[in-house]
Write a protein that binds this ligand. Structure first.
Ligand SMILES: C[S@@+](CC[C@H](N)C(=O)[O-])C[C@H]1O[C@@H](n2cnc3c(N)ncnc32)[C@H](O)[C@@H]1O
Ligand code: SF4
Length: 407
């Protein structure tokens, strides 16, 4: 950046983001970085993420890494002076990228933004891209945590889900993750086509055999605009799905994994720092196709989105225009946005965090929290640090109803 450019960027920052406003935020929250790598071997029929089958002429890896670097350089004025608390390389299937590519990406990040000591660096991996050397090389490149999209260990279920991997590859990938990484996560889905409680138990037996530090357990949902929405498979009914969730909660607890968020279960010391920062309404810089960001300033909260289609993103980011959309979160929307995240946490949130992260006074939510408490959906809890609000078991079961009270 030439000296003139940098002065212009400071002027822009001051006039657009630092100007006075009605919100009074506290110190900036922890800053995470999310990097989206949008390609997969093939598109799964249930998936509505911004993921695309690998182009027939191969992944444009080097060009995409150039675009990510350009995107990061363009984003720097928004995060000047801040250091990074966690990095999450998600997708898509980031493990399709070469370890050299991931090393370059992390080197670019480190050269432009200070990573805090002990910064968690997660990479999402698909067992279909599993190779011994590759996983070790990701570790050597600086990845500290691997998150593996296992989904199920049952070959029939994997086939029904259109997955590219089988049970053997899932077991091999989890075994190696346990050996190579100091911490790792397995993604499993439940209420799958043809699944019954016995099949769920077999999946859990296999998953727990790895003594995973973290599990993410998702109820398979039929998302609009997916192949499954157009041609729905036969799925377990709601009562069976509820029994499945009870079984998951019981068995994970017995194995020492605490359900600390709607879908996240961890052993002590292995919660996902990156996702926790989202749920605590922290900040994140989103880099890559379709990546969302949320950034706080003394008097405003900004949301950013990057160009969604990989081809558009490559073209625009390389031309200096990675962001397709940028808007301030309005005063009225902030309570709901905060609760959408914080109430997902089993332990809830400290009351002071609401003021610190939204810049709003307590009166913006206290009447509604008290009303929800009167109905047994949340409960206040006095601690040495101050008052916490946490969802009750009933509030957790009817979470969207509870969250909607803050709309
Ligand atoms: C963005 S994916 C990344 C993982 C990697 N792409 C993979 O699938 O192996 C994150 C996780 O979301 C979950 N997921 C994706 N679509 C889902 C759906 N329709 N219902 C429930 N969970 C879903 C899967 O468990 C998946 O592993
Ligand atoms: S591999 Fe993961 S991101 Fe890719 S299509 Fe399948 S579920 Fe979606």
């Amino acid at each position: 950046m030439a000296p003139g450019d940098s002065e212009a960027a400071v002027d822009e920052l001051t006039s657009r983001y630092l100007r006075p406003g009605t919100l009074q935020l506290g110190a900036p929250p922890p800053l995470s970085v999310y990097v989206h790598l949008p390609w997969c071997l093939q598109k799964c029929p249930y998936c509505d993420f911004n993921s695309h089958a690998t182009p027939s002429d191969g992944l444009p890896e080097a060009r995409y890494l150039d675009a990510l670097r350009a995107d990061l350089e363009q984003s720097l004025p928004l995060v000047w002076g801040r250091s990074v608390h966690s990095v999450f390389i998600g997708g898509g299937t980031p493990s399709l990228f070469s370890p050299e590519g991931i090393e370059r990406l992390l080197a670019d990040l480190r050269s432009l933004l200070p990573l805090q000591p002990g910064c968690e660096v997660t990479l999402e991996a698909n067992p279909g891209t599993f190779e011994q050397g590759r996983f070790r090389a990701f570790r050597a490149a600086g990845v500290t945590r691997l998150s593996i999209g296992v989904q199920s260990f049952d070959d029939a279920a994997l086939k029904a889900l259109g997955r590219v991997h089988d049970r053997g590859q899932a077991i091999a990938a989890a075994t190696l993750a346990a050996e190579v990484f100091e911490t790792f996560n397995l993604d499993l889905m439940y209420a799958l086509p043809g699944q019954d409680l016995a099949a769920l138990d077999r999946d859990l037996d296999q998953a727990l055999a790895f003594a995973p530090p973290h599990l993410s357990l998702y109820h398979l949902t039929l998302e609009p605009n997916t192949l499954f929405a157009r041609h729905p498979p036969v799925l377990p009914d709601d009562d069976t799905a509820a029994l499945m969730l009870d079984r998951l909660a019981e068995r994970t607890a017995a194995a020492g994994l605490q359900r600390y968020e709607v879908s996240a279960y961890a052993r002590p010391g292995h919660r996902c720092a990156h996702n926790l920062n989202y749920w605590q309404f922290g900040d994140y810089l989103g880099l890559g196709a379709g990546a969302h960001g949320k950034l706080s300033f003394p008097h405003r909260v900004l949301r950013t989105v990057k160009w969604r289609e990989p081809a558009a993103y490559l073209r625009e980011a390389l031309a200096g225009r990675a962001t397709s959309n940028e808007e301030e979160v309005g005063r009225k929307a902030l309570p709901f946005e905060f609760m959408l995240n914080a109430l997902r946490l089993r332990e809830g949130f400290e009351e002071a965090l609401f003021m610190e992260r939204t810049g709003l006074p307590p009166s913006a939510v206290l009447p509604r929290l008290e009303a929800a408490a009167a109905e047994g959906l949340v409960e206040p809890l006095m601690t040495a640090q101050g008052r916490w609000w946490r969802p009750t078991a009933r509030g957790f079961d009817f979470l969207s109803d509870l969250q909607e009270r803050f709309l």
